[in-house]
Design a protein around this ligand. Structure first.
Ligand SMILES: Nc1nc2c(ncn2[C@@H]2O[C@H](COP(=O)(O)OP(=O)(O)OP(=O)(O)O)[C@@H](O)[C@H]2O)c(=O)[nH]1
Length: 512
């Protein structure tokens, strides 16, 4: 009898364990069928353009189509149809537009979706938006309203079309200004991250299942077997912890692509720093003058260098002899800026010896420069008589710096060597961001990064504490549950997901 009860207890425990974990495998089953039909202008508002696209999503999309086109026939799904659009109930022609209807569920939002490709004039767009809004009639159960920022994407998420990492990827893709930022978005947008997170979660859930077996069958299990199971889960989690840490390292490296690689130009007055900023950016950003000490303050601009977002900073020429207070302040700022940069370009004037003056040597010999990328650029190559003279200058510069940094020669006047310099910079940018031709950078939101630290890694670390000698199986598996739920928060598969939706969709524009 006693045995029978124990066996029943175990059955109950096992059943409750299964229930506890089953939600980890559940996908979002939310449906948006009960929500109002939404509409919005999906192309930029307030500007004149050839085409403007109004997007409509929800159960009343077809109704809107009928009312606004006066057509009794249903739209043919996925077929572009040219239709006249009228103000509902009036004879007022608004526009002739291309209409595209997608029927649920194979649409971006999962709902019926209608697109109106209008002529992109403000008055046309406003009249069509007003007409759609006028069809709202709650008393008759026709609930239509203008969409909130990111609401189309939110519906897509709620209907299981995308997970949160993919949705965040879409936002980054829209915001991408440079080629590498576009590549960054792909890891999330094309579902690579989603697969990675799903795999991690499965590994954790498998380990929890193993530990649950110990809890459920503990008394019937040999001590050796328990030890083996514990060891197995521990080594799986060691491996996973390593993988997650590497992933975080990579996203930290990739984040430089979003914020911009900080490049600072330093050098003696008149060496050609401002000229080089203009040559690299191909724009007239900095003032160039024969007069030494022209640049007195640090001038910082954001530019695109070969697909990389770069924040380039021109600084005051570094010399200690100046008596000008403003120039001295500028020199101090140049020193500070150079300490904060990712890459320092030291510009040398071949007409002035020593090429690297003591003030500059002092700057680059500070501890902050120890691991910094530094490139020495000998400018005004055009003033050197021949290759031999150039070689002598390059050798001398290398000697002065004890061959510690790469040296390149350019001429901002003739643009000779600028292309090679940009190639060299691109190599360094690749290294700094760990981007290569076969390895795309990874971008995840700050939200994801924080959850990886505070929930996933934290849960795994806590697991190791409880799984130590005389391990506490219940607490160890509880810690892993915390880690698995963290991944659920990242992808949106978790219970209590409402709290994160606001964070994810808040930065979207209307119409997305
Ligand atoms: N011959 C030649 N002259 C150059 C070259 N690059 C710049 N210069 C000239 O050098 C002078 C100084 O150039 P800037 O770009 O203002 O130099 P800078 O280092 O920013 O000067 P400061 O603001 O005084 O620190 C100007 O007269 C430029 O036209 C070059 O490659 N060849």
């Amino acid at each position: 009898m006693k045995n029978e009860n124990r066996s029943k207890d175990k059955m109950h425990l096992r059943h409750s364990s299964v229930l506890r974990w089953s939600h980890l495998r559940l996908k979002s089953t939310l449906t948006t069928a009960y929500l109002p039909t939404i509409y919005a202008l999906s192309t930029p508002p307030g500007t004149k353009s050839a085409i403007a696209v109004v997007r409509i999503s929800g159960a009343h999309s077809k109704y809107i189509y009928h009312q606004i086109t006066r057509s009794r026939l249903d739209p043919i799904p996925r077929k572009a149809l040219l239709r006249s659009l009228y103000e509902p109930g009036k004879n007022n022609l608004l526009d002739k537009a291309l209409t595209l209807f997608f029927d649920s569920p194979k649409t971006f939002t999962g709902e019926d979706l209608l697109e109106l490709h209008l002529h992109g004039g403000k008055a046309v767009v406003n009249s069509v938006l007003r007409s759609i809004g006028s069809l709202n009639d709650r008393k008759r159960g026709i609930d239509i309203r203008y969409a909130l920022p990111g609401e189309f994407s939110q519906r897509a998420f709620q209907n299981g079309k995308f997970d949160l990492t993919e949705i965040e990827g879409i936002r980054v893709l829209i915001d991408a200004e440079t080629e590498t930022q576009r590549r960054c978005a792909l890891s999330s947008f094309n579902g690579e991250n989603k697969e990675r997170f799903a795999l991690w979660r499965q590994q954790i859930v498998d380990s929890i299942a193993q530990l649950t077996a110990i809890i459920d069958f503990g008394e019937d299990t040999e001590i050796d077997d328990i030890e083996n199971i514990f060891q197995g889960t521990k080594s799986d989690m060691v491996q996973l912890q390593r993988e997650i840490r590497q992933f975080i390292k990579k996203i930290d490296k990739s984040s430089i692509l979003q914020s911009g690689i900080r490049v600072v130009l330093i050098g003696p007055p008149n060496a050609g720093k401002s000229s080089l900023v203009n040559s690299i950016s191909n724009e007239d950003i900095s003032i160039i003058s024969r007069k030494p000490g022209t640049t007195r303050d640090a001038v910082e601009v954001s530019i695109d260098v070969n697909g990389y977002k770069v924040s380039i900073c021109d600084t005051a020429g570094i010399r200690s002899r100046s008596t000008d207070d403003i120039e001295l302040l500028g020199i101090e700022k140049a020193r500070k800026k150079s300490k904060q940069c990712d890459l320092c370009l030291l510009i040398v004037d071949p007409q002035n010896k020593p090429f690297i003056n003591e003030d500059l040597k002092q700057v680059i010999n500070t501890p902050e420069f120890e691991d910094k990328e530094i490139v020495i650029i000998v400018n005004k190559k055009d003033l050197l008589k021949n290759d031999l003279e150039l070689k002598l200058v390059l050798d001398q510069v290398e000697r002065e710096l004890r061959r510690k940094h790469p040296v390149l020669a350019v001429s901002c006047l003739t643009q000779n060597g600028i292309e090679e310099l940009i190639e060299k910079l691109t190599d360094i940018f690749q290294r700094l961001s760990e981007t290569t031709d076969d390895s795309d950078p990874i971008l995840v939101s700050q939200r994801v990064r924080e959850i990886l630290h505070s929930d996933v890694l934290y849960g795994i670390e806590e697991f190791f504490e409880f799984a130590g000698e005389n391990g506490d199986v219940v607490m160890a598996s509880e810690s892993l549950r915390h880690a698995a739920e963290g991944i659920g928060k990242i992808t949106g598969d978790s219970v209590g997901i409402e709290e994160v939706l606001g964070v994810v969709f808040a930065n979207f524009c209307v119409g997305k």
